[in-house]
Design a protein around this ligand. Structure first.
Ligand SMILES: [Zn+2]
Ligand SMILES: [Zn+2]
Length: 364
């Protein structure tokens, strides 16, 4: 994925082609010609096949393809971005911080598959405007910013996906609620009232689940809240990695290692396993005491998912908008307009005052 790898000159005019979101082609913004992406015949499932997790960690000959990636690291948010020779503005797409240092080439696991962009830049900007339009308390400068139609950056964000077969033994307790009465003394008076109690019995059992494509974002450039707001990517739309999909976009290199990514994946799996156990225990309440999970057939994929980003500085602070490049879901941060908030508070006070006045008049 060196910077040369995802540049495709137009056969007609020589300008750089870019991947056309939602279409299976590269287009030229300069002369308008289009080129269909050439998928050499491949078996799709073979091309996106899972890779053995522990073998890769042991760095054994597992057939995992490595690559040299030339990236620059943002001094503010830590994102490692590949800057194409054609991209002039070396601003971090995540936080609008100028990036100058070239951190050089690093050896890393090569992406296996890509969810190609489906949303065009215009569609992403529209999604952002709609989202902003619903924010009444945003400062005018912000709404202005969106209207001006500043460029968004299309970034392929790195992710890990994990598969695992799990078998879990557990011990715990099942609680059955029942109602009794109790006598209480209130204001010097003795009285009886219903009271719910729980009868606990010890239980043990087993649950099993096969996890398929547990997704962990391998970038720490975006805070956790963004990642959840962006929702899910439909991984049935994964395509085998082709540099053409990256033409005109930026690729971010992973900053969460395979090992750390797996730890996050395990947390997601463990949460689900606890839900499974509670369901298995049944009753009205559940206590889970001991869990022993055996994992087998752990595999992973390194994939890229599409994200449209807009980062801007407003009164010295960075704010970000993120649009899921597949589903169009929007997440963002924004400053609040103190002026609008004050006005709203004032309006509420006036209305409340008016209502109070009417009520007083009616009573009088
Ligand atoms: Zn052209
Ligand atoms: Zn940054």
């Amino acid at each position: 994925m060196g910077s040369q790898d995802h540049r495709f000159p137009c056969h007609n005019c020589g300008s750089d082609l870019r991947f056309d979101p939602g279409a299976d082609q590269l287009i030229c913004d300069h002369c308008g010609s289009a080129e269909t992406i050439d998928h050499s015949p491949w078996d799709r499932n073979q091309a996106i096949k899972e890779q053995d997790f522990s073998a890769t960690l042991r760095a054994s000959t597992s057939g995992v393809e490595m690559e040299e990636a030339r990236t620059s690291q943002c001094p503010n948010c830590g994102a490692r971005i590949e800057f194409d020779g054609a991209v002039h503005s070396k601003e971090c797409p995540y936080c609008a911080t100028p990036v100058v240092t070239d951190t050089g080439a690093t050896r890393q696991i090569k992406p296996r598959a890509v969810v190609p962009f489906e949303l065009s830049e215009d569609a992403a900007r529209q999604a952002m405007k709609d989202w902003l339009g619903r924010l009444w308390f945003a400062p005018n400068g912000l709404t202005e910013y969106a209207r001006k139609g500043r460029k968004l950056s299309g970034v392929y964000t790195p992710c890990w996906t994990f598969d695992a077969d799990t078998k879990t033994r557990y011990t715990g307790q099942r609680g059955i609620e029942y109602t009794t009465t109790r006598t209480v003394t209130r204001n010097g008076k003795r009285q009886t009232e219903p009271h719910t109690k729980v009868r606990w019995t010890s239980v043990s059992g087993r649950v099993a689940r096969f996890f398929d494509d547990v997704l962990v974002v391998a970038s720490t450039a975006l805070p956790e809240k963004f990642r959840t707001c962006l929702g899910q990517w439909d991984l049935t739309r994964l395509e085998p990695y082709l540099p053409q999909y990256l033409a005109g976009f930026r690729a971010e290199a992973y900053t969460v290692s395979l090992e750390d990514g797996f730890k996050k994946g395990r947390t997601i799996m463990d949460r689900q396993i606890i839900r499974d156990i509670k369901f298995d225990i049944g009753g009205d309440r559940q206590r889970v005491q001991n869990i022993e999970t055996k994992l087998s057939d752990v595999t992973f994929k390194h994939i890229l998912v599409p994200v449209w980003l807009a980062a801007y500085k407003y009164r010295g602070r960075s704010f970000r908008f993120v649009v899921n490049g597949q589903s169009g879901q929007v997440a963002g941060e924004r400053p609040w307009s103190i002026w609008k908030l004050t006005l709203a508070a004032l309006l509420v006070a006036i209305i409340a005052g008016a209502l109070g006045y009417t009520a007083a008049v009616n009573q009088g």
